[in-house]
Design a protein around this ligand. Structure first.
Ligand code: MG
Length: 243
């Protein structure tokens, strides 16, 4: 098999593997059952299939230039990443996505996009159906840090669900008090369970935290592939006894 990753990158703390290490074990393939989820009554709907109100271009803050069609949102290559005007902190996030039915490219070049929590922590979007890549870049990976526990990817063109429970990092001045933590279900299958992040997403480098606000936009990545999204909503996480 061709070299899938990099061998000139640093070793990830707590791991014996390097960043994007192609020799890291491939996540086991699991075939998901059939399911999708509509928004519950208290959700904040970020995309309901009808338009891009509430989404702007990351580069210039202008209205988002991705395509809306038949209830979904599709990347328009070279228009850049988009983000919400809503600011998300600790939350339960749901979204659905589909990689192109027409398969093109391989490894990181096939159906690549990304869900950037707080604009900086990426949960990978990629067509990983019979498409090996470096494991920490697999669909659902905490990119560059943790592969998904399993590869729960559906076939190209099929709708897939992400359910993400996000706990923002906490800072006191410049100091990190509590790292970000995430639980992710892909197609209803747990692929990360209360996993602490090492910092914001990097390419070919180790992550390290820098202080930021408690709530920030949700960003979706334009990686040049025609990835679709729909049914995007979140619920802010609150503590017990808060109604
Ligand atoms: Mg990506």
């Amino acid at each position: 098999m061709a070299n899938l990753g990099y061998d000139d990158t640093p070793v990830i703390p707590g791991s014996v593997y390097k960043v994007h290490d192609g020799t890291r074990p491939q996540p086991r393939v699991v075939t998901p059952g059939a399911a999708c989820a509509g928004a519950p009554s208290d959700a904040v709907v970020l995309f309901d299939g009808t338009g891009l109100a509430g989404w702007v271009s990351v580069s210039d803050g202008a209205p988002a230039r991705w395509k809306v069609e038949d209830g979904y949102l599709e990347v328009v290559p070279s228009t850049g990443d988009i983000q919400t005007t809503a600011l998300l902190g600790d939350c339960q996030l749901h979204l659905e996505m589909a990689t192109p039915a027409v398969v093109k490219g391989e490894s990181q070049g096939r159906g690549n996009s990304g869900i950037f929590l707080m604009g900086r922590y990426e949960i990978q979007v990629l067509d990983c159906y019979q498409n090996p890549t470096y494991p920490d870049g697999t669909i659902g990976a905490i990119y560059g840090q943790y592969p998904p526990l399993v590869n729960a990817c559906r076939q190209p063109g099929e709708w897939q669900t992400y359910d993400i429970i996000w706990e923002a990092p906490q800072f006191a001045g410049e100091a990190l008090v509590k790292p970000a933590r995430v639980t992710v279900l892909l197609n209803t299958i747990v692929i990360h369970h209360a996993q602490e992040l090492q910092g914001p997403t990097q390419h070919r480098q180790l992550a390290s935290y820098a202080p930021h606000d408690d709530a920030l936009p949700l960003r979706l990545q334009d990686h040049g592939d025609l990835v679709r999204f729909r049914n995007i909503w979140y619920r802010p996480l609150t503590g017990y006894d808060q109604g």
